[in-house]
Design a protein around this ligand. Structure first.
Ligand code: MRU
Length: 353
C-alpha cells in the first residue's frame, strides 16, 4: 500500500508527489511552513489529502509555538490564515481548518498548549481516518451505480473507463475517490481497461494514476488530454469517472483542468460521466459553479516541462488549475453516503443531515 501521508511523534511524513514515478522520496518535517509549501507546490495534493495535510499542518504549527498565552490567539489566527492561503479551490482544506477552529473555540482557549495539541492531533487523525473509510463507501456506491447504468453492456463484455488527474491513494490516503471506485470495479470483474488522461500541465494522470494502476496490476493505457473525444467517437470509452475539488449546491463541479471537455464530449456521445467525492468536498454554501474560486498557477508550469523551457519565457499564458463541469453533464455524484443521480439542488442538502 502506498503511504501518501503519516503523522507520528509530532512529525508529518509525506511522499513527495512532484517527482513520482521516477523518484520516490519520503519527506519528514516538524515545520508547518514546510508543510504549507508542500501543499502549495503539489508535493502533497488531491482534495481529500490536502484536507488531511491541512489538519496535520495546524498541529505542527501549534507544536512550534513558543510565545506567551496572551500571544497565542493572534498566532493561531495567523496560522489558520497561512494554511488557508495555500490552495484556494479544494474545499476539504477549509473543512479541516474549520474543524480546528471549532475545537479551539469550544473551550480550549483556557487550557494548556499540551491539551490543545492533543485535541487537535486527534481531530486531524479523525479527518485522516474518515477519508480512508469514505473511500471504501464511495467504492461500493460507485460500483452499484455503474452496474445499474451499464448492466446491459455488462451482460456481453467488461467496460473501458476514462479518468482524469489522480484520485487514488496519492490523493486521499485511502483507496481513492474515482480511482477507488475503479479499483473496486476491477476487483469485481467489471473493468476491461482504464484510460488515464495525462492531465496537463503537471501530468497527474500520466505520472501518478498510471503508477498506482501499475502497482495494482490493473490494465490501463494513457492518452493525451485532447484524445478523449476521438476515443469516444470510436466506441473505446464506456463511461468516465473523475474526482472533485469542490461541488456547488447545484452539482456544478470543479476538478482538474480538462475535466469539463471530457464531460461535454461524453454527454455528446451519450456516455455516462460520474463524479466521485466525499461529502466533505461538497460546498452547499455555494449556489453554483461560477462562485467556486479557481486557482491560477504560475505561467512557467505551462512554459516549461519539468524544468525544460519549451516556450519563450515571455509567452503570455493563462494557467487555471481547475475547470467547472456543469451539473447537467454529470450523470451521477457518488459520495460516501450514497450516489445521487441528477436533481442535485434538491438531493445534495440531504447528505448533510
Ligand atoms: O491540483 P491537484 O493535483 O491537487 O488536483 C487534483 C484533482 O483535481 C483531483 O481530481 C481532485 O482533487 C480529487 S482527488 C480525490
Amino acid at each position: 500500500m502506498i503511504d501518501a501521508i503519516s503523522f507520528e511523534n509530532g512529525t508529518l511524513g509525506y511522499l513527495d508527489q512532484r517527482f513520482l514515478p521516477l523518484k520516490e522520496e519520503y519527506i519528514k518535517t516538524k515545520d508547518h511552513q514546510e508543510a504549507i509549501e508542500a501543499i502549495k507546490t503539489l508535493a502533497v495534493r488531491g482534495a481529500p489529502l490536502i484536507g488531511v495535510a491541512a489538519g496535520y499542518t495546524v498541529v505542527l504549527g501549534i507544536n512550534s509555538f513558543t510565545g506567551s498565552k496572551e500571544e497565542f490567539p493572534a498566532f493561531f489566527e495567523r496560522l489558520i490564515a497561512d494554511v488557508e492561503a495555500s490552495r484556494p479551490t479544494a474545499v476539504n482544506l477549509f473543512f479541516a481548518t474549520a474543524r480546528m477552529k471549532e475545537i479551539y473555540e469550544s473551550g480550549f482557549e483556557n487550557s494548556s498548549l499540551e491539551e490543545l495539541f492533543a485535541a487537535m492531533r486527534d481531530a486531524a487523525r479523525k479527518i485522516h481516518d474518515d477519508e480512508i473509510e469514505n473511500c471504501e463507501r464511495m467504492a461500493r456506491h460507485g460500483v452499484e451505480l455503474i452496474r445499474r447504468d451499464l448492466g446491459e453492456t455488462l451482460k456481453t463484455r467488461k467496460l473501458n473507463v476514462l479518468t482524469h488527474c489522480n484520485t487514488g491513494t496519492l490523493a486521499t490516503g485511502g483507496s481513492g475517490t474515482a480511482l477507488g471506485v475503479i479499483k473496486q470495479a476491477w476487483k469485481e470483474g467489471v473493468i476491461e481497461k482504464v484510460i488515464t488522461a495525462e492531465s496537463r500541465p503537471l501530468l497527474q494522470g500520466l505520472r501518478l494514476t498510471a503508477w498506482e494502476l501499475e502497482q495494482e496490476n490493473i490494465p490501463f493505457f494513457s492518452i493525451s488530454d485532447s484524445s478523449s473525444a476521438f476515443l469516444m467517437q470510436k466506441g473505446m470509452i464506456d463511461f468516465g469517472i473523475v474526482g472533485a475539488d469542490r461541488i456547488a449546491a447545484n452539482g456544478d463541479t470543479a476538478n482538474k483542468i480538462g475535466t469539463c471537455a471530457h464531460a461535454i464530449s461524453a454527454h455528446h456521445h451519450g456516455i455516462p460521466f460520474y463524479i466521485a467525492a466525499p461529502v466533505s468536498t461538497i460546498d452547499i454554501t455555494i449556489d453554483d459553479g461560477t462562485q467556486i474560486p479557481i486557482e491560477e498557477r504560475d505561467a512557467d508550469e505551462l512554459r516549461t516541462i519539468f524544468g525544460t523551457q519549451v516556450a519563450t519565457p515571455t509567452t503570455p499564458v493563462i494557467n487555471y488549475a481547475f475547470d467547472v463541469t456543469p451539473g447537467e453533464f454529470i450523470r451521477g455524484i457518488v459520495t460516501d453516503k450514497k450516489a445521487v443521480v441528477g436533481n442535485y439542488r434538491e438531493e445534495l442538502p440531504g447528505l448533510f443531515a
